[in-house]
Design a protein around this ligand. Structure first.
Ligand code: S3P
Length: 439
């Protein structure tokens, strides 16, 4: 499917509530499935990635009831497998679709339960690195059958696990979460230490399910004591800042815009993009509101038309904005001077090689851009050329190119537009409503 994004004829105005946070939705569904009771989760993101996680826990024996609440949101009742543990039918395989979070967290969850389960994924997920997860899990005692390069499809042979103390070579919330979930079935304390702070939703949400998570912020360590059981609880999922980023970024570069995003997660490990927009000179206001459980939430206001300038984005802040680099690169091309992103090599192993794809797409839009192994430099300001770009099946690229189309000298056509279903199926409607003045 293709989508032609027309240049904006006027500002974006109005208020919007974006769909539920993808990372929190995955965790709420997975943790609920591990309990021995019933959990009500409201505001779950209704997207292809979440359908993968919901399908997976149902296939592994959890009871799942789904109701659509508002556009883009699901209320999900999950009855967990509890002491029975996850059980798949013989020869059944679990399709994780495009979702790295589903695959990696499931590997950790399944590692500590006797039985063999095969995980598969789409063409993109089948190329993504899994050794970063299977390596620590193997040290704990799990075994895996995978292709030569350690990717999906993969069979997990779960069983009794040993607790480990693990220094992660990369900052990855998926790896950290997988090891902690495995640690829940191991005997003793499982500790994970990361080189930079990745998103901490697992650490914040597990305590709501009755599991203590120890944390030392200074050494970036966290730990669980196993074996531990999860108790049922209810979870309200706040809006996804990574989805909000596309609307916020669009408002920042379309003069006269005034956009408010309500009920959005404001977890500090997720909102690095707001700090960067502020440094560029954008008029962003963060208004903290009532927390959702242990997740800080609130409202964002953004006014467009400020003169933006290029900035340095350091490696230490990369994990807090890694998913927002495609959008930030588009905004950077509208800012005066050079924006340099450092320590963003992880972009090469996301849903696509995002570093290469951003450089290629921006070049086609007429931008001067340079990239290396783990850095990206974008010069601005540029008047984007209307052109045709391929999403490469990557949701965040598709939406970033649509934002560029708003300020281009002609339509920007995006091939593979349906990729947006992975995280933000109602993006075009929400953007259209803001372009219509919030009606
Ligand atoms: C996610 C973690 C991040 C992020 C991904 C979702 C998660 O990846 O890019 O979109 O929900 O844990 P890392 O595992 O590299 O941190």
């Amino acid at each position: 499917m293709r989508h032609s994004q027309q240049p904006a004829q006027g500002p974006l105005t109005g208020s919007v509530r974006v769909p539920g946070d993808k990372s929190i939705s995955h965790r709420a569904v997975l943790f609920s499935a591990m309990t021995a009771g019933t959990c009500e989760i409201t505001g779950v993101l209704d997207s292809a990635d979440l359908r993968s996680t919901i399908g997976a826990v149902a296939a592994l024996g959890a009871g799942v009831e789904i109701r659509r609440s508002r556009a883009g949101a699901l209320d999900v009742t999950v009855t967990g497998w509890g002491q029975l543990g996850p059980k798949a039918d013989d020869d059944a395989s679990i399709d994780c679709g495009n979702s790295g979070t589903t695959a990696r967290l499931l590997l950790g969850l399944l590692a500590g339960h006797p039985g063999d389960v095969t995980l598969t994924g789409d063409a993109s997920l089948s190329k993504r690195p899994m050794r970063r997860v299977t390596e620590p899990l193997a040290r704990m005692g799990a075994a895996f059958d995978a292709s030569d390069n350690g990717t999906l499809p993969m069979t997990v042979h779960g069983g009794a696990l040993r607790a480990i103390d693990y220094d992660m070579p990369i900052a990855s919330a998926q790896v950290k979460s997988a090891v902690l979930l495995a640690g829940l079935s191991a005997q003793g304390r499982t500790t994970v230490r990361e080189p930079a702070a990745s998103r901490d939703h697992t650490e914040r949400l597990l305590p709501a399910f009755g599991v203590d998570v120890g944390r030392d912020i200074e050494t970036r360590a966290c730990w669980v004591d196993g074996p531990a059981r999860l108790s049922p609880t209810d979870v309200a999922v706040p809006g996804d800042p990574s989805s909000a980023a596309f609307l916020v970024g669009a408002a920042a570069i379309v003069p006269g815009s005034e956009v408010r995003v309500t009920d959005v997660a404001l977890n500090p490990t997720r909102i690095g993009f707001l700090r960067v927009l502020e440094r560029m000179g954008a008029d962003v206001l963060i208004r903290p509101g009532r927390a959702s459980g242990a997740e800080p939430c609130g409202e964002l206001s953004i006014r467009g038309g400020r003169l933006l300038t290029g900035v340095l984005v350091c490696a230490s802040e990369a994990p807090s904005l890694i998913d927002e680099v495609p959008l930030l690169a588009v905004v950077a091309a509208m800012a005066a001077g050079t924006t340099r992103f450092e320590g963003v090599g992880e972009l090469r192993v996301k849903e696509s090689d995002r570093l290469a794809a951003i450089a290629q797409g921006l070049t086609a839009l007429g931008v001067n851009v340079r990239s290396g192994d783990d850095w990206l430099e974008v010069d601005g300001p540029t008047v984007f050329r209307g052109t045709t770009l391929d999403s490469l099946g990557d949701h965040r690229l598709a939406m970033a190119w649509a934002v560029a189309g708003l300020v281009a000298d002609g339509p920007v056509t995006i091939e593979g537009w349906d990729a947006i279903d992975v995280s933000y199926p109602t993006f075009a409607e929400d953007l259209g409503r803001l372009l219509d003045g919030g009606r």
